[in-house]
Write a protein that binds this ligand. Structure first.
Ligand code: AGP
Length: 610
């Protein structure tokens, strides 16, 4: 999705803005641009279709010096990716703006502004906002007041940063539905849609609240809230260290993030478990009282986070005996639903800014749920700020578009939550101790799976010339199969479908032939014998099987079956561990195919528009 960077400084900001854009590349975009105010008081703008590197080349040929500026990576929503649709947009020669989000009433405003004589050079909703602010600037003669008046007429979601050549020492920024942070410097200040963009220049951040509008100067930041009242926002330090956004020794962020899993899963557990028990208070002071009352759980999420929710349903119903429903947020928000008494609304999101998940949360808060709990990775995100209770996953920044450590830490957090809930619903102490001890072994087991990397890389060669693939799992491994299929299709562009193995003969078996690799996860649980029968069904039709199986499950490599042995894992924690070989498999297939592993085509890291 789109990215914003801005700076007000004493030094030249072109390099800071370009580096910020590079650090936002992972979010997905199709064009990039930058505007700075030069020493003669003129705005210089550069925009290019394609990568930030193309913009950097253009700026190398014609530099854009200046101590104040704004920059943007665009992910097309209104109008094709083109230079004229790329941001910044200008109204005349004196006002430049960058925008994330969608203005819903842009057509009506566009018609109105056109009738008043404004000329449009792009198909974007953003240019409408530029002209609207310019219109108010004519009467207000103050950028802050002009932006305030203009946003009063906007419907939709936006984060905006605005620069005016007549006010060379300030940026005016605001947010409503799209994230924006202020990076606090010494004698200079910055803005961005994501803290990672600004790590080379600051580690101190202020997160704007919905409806805030801020006046950013070199040595001063003033904020008004949505009621026009002066507001103070906390300044927090970025907690993940400066190398969080670097690939380090790895070829891709995805590979780095896969290998970080043993460490980050441990971090997710930190302070929340003793050697044998869950520390309920670590989920929040109100957690105990709340969990005692919960009679039903409604989980909402998108994509990978939805798969984490599907695994959690197996756990919640098995361990806590509490009924649990799971639904994708984009469906949930648009249908009528019956809310049972004392239902906990649980939303899961890596970014905490996914538009559909946030919309579902906002709707849920008005619909009579007992409380809203968020499982999230990004501190200060909208989801975190708007939920009653939060379990942070502490995975650290995930840059690869394909989710890896975010998923396994979500599962870890969800299992801890399940144990806390189960304790109020009859889980025996013995069982709690057994599962906590199993959970404590997961980082080591994941490390053992990572050691299979070279073997999995070899296996991946069988997929490179295939166009289709099938993933099978049973029980809580079915969502793992779904996640494996999503991973493969996202980064290798091979069509991948996942089925509960028991569904095979109800249709998908018709697809099986030697051109359709079938990937299966087979931990040693009470479904493994049934799974083996499903595998025979595939084999009998000439299908080639790739099975990740527990050493003790007695599945052997033979004609048509390639078995990769996985260390013995407790059936409850198996979904966490069995996800990892599927991540490695899709990674290696994508590398062999030569696709853009970290920034797959058409996708964005966080989907902040509907
Ligand atoms: C995962 O690889 C995807 N990029 C995508 O499905 C993602 O999980 C989904 O968009 C939800 O994002 P969130 O967790 O940030 O809400």
């Amino acid at each position: 999705m789109c990215g914003i960077v801005g700076a007000v400084s004493q030094r030249d900001v072109e390099g800071i803005l370009l580096e910020g854009l590079r650090r936002l590349e992972y979010r997905g975009y199709d064009s990039a641009g930058l505007a700075t105010l030069n020493g003669e008081g003129n705005i210089h703008r550069a925009r290019e279709v394609g990568k930030v590197a193309a913009l950097a080349d253009a700026l190398a040929a014609q530099p854009s010096p200046g101590t104040i500026g704004i920059a943007h990576t665009r992910w097309a929503t209104h109008g094709e990716p083109s230079q004229s649709n790329a941001h910044p947009h200008m109204s005349g020669e004196r006002l430049a703006i960058v925008h994330n989000g969608i203005i819903e009433n842009y057509q009506e405003l566009r018609d109105q502004l056109r009738a008043e004589g404004y000329q449009f050079t792009s198909q974007t909703d953003t240019e409408v906002v530029a002209h609207l602010i310019e219109k108010f600037y004519r009467t207000e003669q103050d950028l802050f007041k002009a932006v305030t008046a203009a946003i009063g007429q906007l419907r939709g979601a936006y984060a905006l940063a605005v620069l005016h050549a007549d006010e060379p020492d300030r940026l005016v920024v605001c947010r409503e539905g799209s994230p924006l942070v202020i990076g606090v410097g010494i004698g200079e200040n910055f803005i961005a849609s994501d803290q990672l963009a600004l790590l080379p220049v600051t580690d101190r951040f202020m997160v704007l609240e919905e409806g805030d509008i801020a006046d950013i100067r070199r040595d001063q930041i003033s904020i008004l809230d949505r009621n026009g009242e002066p507001a103070e926002r906390d300044v927090n330090r970025f907690e993940h260290g400066q190398d969080a956004a670097d690939k380090g020794e790895y070829r891709h962020f995805m590979l780095k993030e896969i290998h970080e899993q043993p460490a980050v899963i441990k971090t997710t557990m930190e302070g929340r478990l003793t050697d044998s028990h869950v520390l309920e208070q670590a989920l929040g002071t109100e957690a105990g009282k709340l969990l005692e009352d919960v009679r039903h759980v409604q989980i909402i999420a998108c994509g990978t986070s939805y798969h984490a929710g599907m695994v959690a349903r197996y756990w919640i119903e098995e361990l806590a005996g509490v009924p649990c429903s799971v639904e994708v947020a984009s469906e949930f928000r648009y249908r009528k639903h019956v809310i049972q008494k004392d239902t906990l609304f649980l939303c899961i999101s890596q970014s905490g800014e996914t538009a559909d998940t946030l919309a579902a949360l906002r709707q849920a808060k008005k619909s009579g749920f007992r409380a809203a709990l968020a499982v999230c990775n990004v501190p200060g995100s909208s989801l975190v700020r708007e939920s009653d209770l939060v379990i942070m996953t502490h995975a650290g920044p995930e840059i690869g578009v394909a989710s890896t450590k975010a998923f396994t830490t979500q599962l870890t957090a969800l299992l801890i939550f399940t144990l806390a809930l189960a304790r109020h619903n009859g889980l025996t102490e013995e069982k709690e101790v057994e599962i906590v001890q199993a959970l404590r072994q997961v980082p080591g087991q994941v490390a053992e799976v990572l050691a299979l990397d070279a073997d999995i890389q070899q296996l991946s060669e069988a997929f490179v010339d295939k166009n289709h693939s099938l993933f099978l799992g049973r029980g809580s491994q079915y969502p793992v199969a779904l996640e494996g299929a999503l991973r493969l299709k996202e980064i290798s562009y091979i069509h991948a479908e996942a089925y509960p193995a028991g569904e095979l003969k109800h249709g998908p078996l018709a697809l099986v032939d030697s051109e359709m690799p079938v990937v299966t996860v087979a931990p040693n649980n009470d479904l493994v014998e049934k799974l083996k029968s499903n595998l025979e069904e595939v084999r009998a039709r000439g299908g080639e099987l790739f099975v990740f199986a527990d050493r003790e499950a007695n599945v052997k490599t033979e004609d048509g079956i390639h078995v990769m042995q996985i260390p013995p894992v407790h059936p409850i924690t198996a979904p966490i561990v069995y996800t990892v070989p599927l991540q490695l498999l899709s990674y290696h297939v994508a590398v062999l195919k030569g696709t853009d592993v970290d920034q797959p085509r058409n996708l964005a890291k966080s989907v902040t528009v509907e």
